[in-house]
Ligand binder design. Structure first.
Ligand code: SF4
Ligand code: SF4
Length: 292
C-alpha cells in the first residue's frame, strides 16, 4: 500500500496530457514533448489506474486529484471513477467538454463529494475555447444530480481582458453557481506575474543546479512519478513508477539533484494556500542553489 503522510499535500494522477481544447497559454505539452514522443511509452489504461488508485491510503482531507491535459479523455474514465475502492475521494480538474449525462448515469456522486472549502469538480473556463453557456448548463445539470461543481477563470494582469471574466463571474454568482478567479502566473507582456518563493526559479535567466524535495505525489500518464510539475510535463527524470512493488512514500521525502532550477513551473514554487486554506505554502523545498 502507498500510505500518504501528514505533510504530503497533494496527490495527482495526470491521466492524459492530451486535451480537446487548444489554449494558447497552456503549460502542458499535450504529449508532444520530445521525451514523450521518443520514448513512446505505453500509457496506463483505466485498469492500470484502478490498480494504482487502489494502492493508495489517503487521509480524509486528501483527495486523489485527476488532472491532465483533460483527464476525462482517458478511455474508460467513468469506469475508473466508479470502480476504484470506495474510500478514495477524488477531485476532478476539467474543461467539462465531456458528456455530462453519461457521467451522471455512470459515476457515483459519493466519489466527488467531501467536506472541503471548494468544489471537488473544478471546471476551468477558457474564453474562446469552451463556451460559458454550455458550462452553465452542464454545471446546473451536474449540481441537480448531486455533484458539487465550481467554475474557475484566470484573472489576467489586464483590466480590459478581465472585464469579461468578471462579468461572467457576476452572472454565475447571481445564478447560484460557484465561480472563482485564479491569479495569473507566468509571463504577460514581458513581465513575470506571481509570488514565487525562490528568485529566478520561474523563467530564470539561466539554469542552475540545486537539491529539491517535494510534498506531492505526481504521476504521469505512464505511471511514472516525478518530483515536480516541470519534470512531469517535460518527461524529465522520473524517480519511480507508481506500480513498482517497492514504491513507498518515503521516496517522496528525498532531496534530489536538479539541474533545471530556472525552469521551475509556477505550480511548484508559488507561495500559495495549502489544503487547510492557509497561505504561505510552497510545494517544493529547494536548497544548495548553485551556478552550473
Ligand atoms: S483546457 Fe487546459 S489542458 Fe486543455 S489546452 Fe486549455 S489549458 Fe491546456
Ligand atoms: S528546482 Fe524546479 S525544476 Fe528542479 S525539481 Fe525543483 S521545482 Fe522542479
Amino acid at each position: 500500500m502507498i500510505k500518504l503522510k501528514n505533510h504530503h499535500n497533494y496527490v495527482a494522477f495526470f491521466l492524459t496530457l492530451g486535451c480537446n481544447l487548444n489554449c494558447s497559454y497552456c503549460i502542458n505539452l499535450h504529449n508532444s514533448g520530445s521525451r514523450y514522443k521518443q520514448a513512446k511509452r505505453k500509457e496506463f489504461s483505466y485498469k492500470d489506474w484502478i490498480e494504482a488508485a487502489n494502492k493508495l491510503e489517503l487521509r480524509d482531507d486528501l483527495p486523489l486529484s485527476l488532472q491532465g491535459g483533460e483527464p476525462t479523455l482517458l478511455k474508460g474514465f467513468n469506469i475508473f471513477a466508479k470502480e476504484v475502492k470506495p474510500e478514495i475521494k477524488m477531485d476532478l480538474l476539467t474543461n467539462m467538454m465531456f458528456d455530462v449525462d453519461k457521467f451522471i448515469s455512470e459515476v457515483p456522486t459519493q466519489r466527488f463529494t467531501r467536506d472541503a472549502p471548494y468544489a471537488s469538480i473544478r471546471v476551468s473556463y477558457h474564453p474562446g475555447q469552451n463556451d460559458i453557456e454550455d458550462l452553465i448548463y452542464k454545471t446546473q445539470k451536474m449540481e441537480n444530480a448531486g455533484f458539487r461543481v465550481g467554475l474557475f477563470g484566470i484573472e489576467l494582469p489586464d483590466e480590459k481582458l478581465n472585464k469579461h471574466i468578471f462579468e461572467v463571474r457576476d452572472r454565475c454568482l447571481n445564478l447560484g453557481i460557484d465561480f472563482r478567479t485564479k491569479e495569473f502566473l507566468g509571463e504577460f507582456n514581458g513581465k513575470i506575474y506571481g509570488t514565487f518563493k525562490y528568485d529566478g526559479s520561474v523563467m530564470g535567466s539561466k539554469l542552475k543546479s540545486c537539491k529539491c524535495k517535494t510534498t506531492e505525489l505526481l504521476v504521469d500518464p505512464n505511471g511514472y512519478v516525478f518530483k515536480c510539475h516541470s519534470d512531469l510535463y517535460n518527461g524529465r527524470d522520473p524517480y519511480a513508477n507508481i506500480l513498482d512493488d517497492d514504491f513507498s512514500t518515503d521516496l517522496i521525502d528525498i532531496y534530489r539533484d536538479c539541474n533545471y532550477y530556472g525552469d521551475c513551473n509556477p505550480c511548484d514554487v508559488k507561495v500559495k494556500t495549502n489544503r487547510f486554506q492557509q497561505y504561505g505554502h510552497t510545494s517544493v523545498d529547494i536548497i544548495d542553489i548553485k551556478d552550473i
